[in-house]
Design a protein around this ligand. Structure first.
Ligand SMILES: [Zn+2]
Length: 119
């Protein structure tokens, strides 16, 4: 994870087993940032290590910035992933730090319900 011009703390290629399949997403891929955010949410929900989740969310933001440099709309991927984010965050007490996309965790849901009902 991370930009190709900056070193990252977690080197997934080095940590992969010999012959282990690895899937790479480029920042230019319209679904990359959304898939990375969804992965981060699922790992967060599993209680997995917060450093990997934080790094993934930072990477997703960087991917969005990259897409903007290519003339694409910021958050374009979120529109396609919103329903998945809602499902992935429903039942969580809170979303991971750095997650700014549509969410239905316990921290965000009361605000959304009050906004919807006007109370
Ligand atoms: Zn939330």
């Amino acid at each position: 994870m991370g930009p190709t011009d900056k070193p990252v703390d977690l080197d997934y290629y080095a940590n992969a087993g010999s012959g282990e399949p690895v899937f790479v997403l480029h920042g230019r891929d319209r679904y990359a940032s959304g898939l990375v955010r969804l992965w981060a949410l699922l790992r967060h929900a599993d209680g997995d290590d917060t450093a990997s989740v934080a790094e993934a969310l930072l990477c997703a933001d960087t991917m969005d910035n990259w897409a903007c440099r290519l003339g694409r709309k910021a958050g374009e991927s979120d529109e396609r992933f919103e329903a998945f984010y809602v499902v992935a965050t429903d039942g969580l007490n809170e979303h991971p730090v750095g997650f700014q996309s549509p969410c239905y965790c316990g921290k965000c849901r009361p605000w959304k319900l009050s906004a919807a009902t006007g109370q």
